[in-house]
Design a protein around this ligand. Sequence first.
Ligand SMILES: *Cc1c(COP(=O)(O)O)cnc(C)c1O
Length: 378
Amino acid sequence: MNQVKEKEEILLTDRAWVEINLNNLTHNINEIKKVIPKSTKIMAVVKANAYGHGMTIISKKLEEIGINDFAVATLKEAIDLRKSGIRGNILILGYTDINDLKYVIKYDLIQTIVDYEYAISISKLNLDSKLKAHIKINTGMNRLGESYKNIDNIKSIFKINNIDIKGMYTHLCVSDSEYLDDINFTNNQINNFYSLVNRLKQDKFNLGKIHIQASYGILNYPELNLDYVRPGIIMYGVYSNNSKTKIKLNLKPVLSLKARVTSIKEIEANESVSYGRIFKANKSTKVAHVSIGYADGIPRELSDGIVRINNKFTKIIGKICMDGLMIDVSNIDVKVGDIVTLIGNDIKALDISKNLNTITNELLSRLGNRLALKVVNY
Ligand SMILES: *Cc1c(COP(=O)(O)O)cnc(C)c1O
């Protein structure tokens, strides 16, 4: 996303943009702090351009309000974050190619050790200084991480000369579920991780920072008392889905998504709109073209979705195009340049993603880099 420009310039020229409410970000952080132990710190997950919110602007605000720990998915994100001036710890949650680990050191980042084999390849490298790392433990997600069962392997990772272990973590895979089976599974993940931690502690390993919970770990397993929690989606003020949670926070969405009317036309009954002629008017209809499309991150499946313009709700009609979409403005007083809200106010990211059978995490993180970014404070 473009960095913040002069407000006036954005108002005059931008075709489509996200509006970021930083007061709501602060509010959500305070909500999270209310339910985690005093000694637990927030590691803010700002991967994927802070879930479409703009990594730089979000991270700078977080640093300003006292957050000192960040997590991203990739080395590129981590370097961008460091170059943007963030001084805190930056953990790369994903895999970094062995040949690129020199940059992890150069930019003072922290790498996740994704498994034993990865650690062994690192041990053979000639690095300028020790690689700071957190060991990822697999307790059932089966994505990344060395299995909690392989205690000997994990111990040998701690002994590798050119790796400086700063922490160890695992990730829960059904922590959002209310079903007993899933709760049992999650408790097993947690217990297996804890037994590993205890065994290593008994053997005098210096484990560094220990962490487990992402957003739904915080909401459903609030009794855990670890060094970090790793919230992503709830920091941005939305739930992933409609599942019931043990803890309910009073979250406020940080992001709104807006675009402009660029052209208005009248069509007759039986005329169609957009590709495939899926929408056919059954009466004469006033149609407005809006300058945002699927290349900006509006899912094409949202054809039929609700938008808001001039304080009225109306529908997207016809297939969404790459750069634009059409809405029915038959009964609405509309002119070129008017602002259309696609997410925000009464149009919730959660409702949209539910209708599309996905989660808000996906909807928001896919918002494209063609969108401008505007910071509002209200
Ligand atoms: C993305 C991610 C998070 C944040 O997840 P949310 O569900 O958005 O809170 C935390 N930890 C890891 C390892 C992740 O990949």
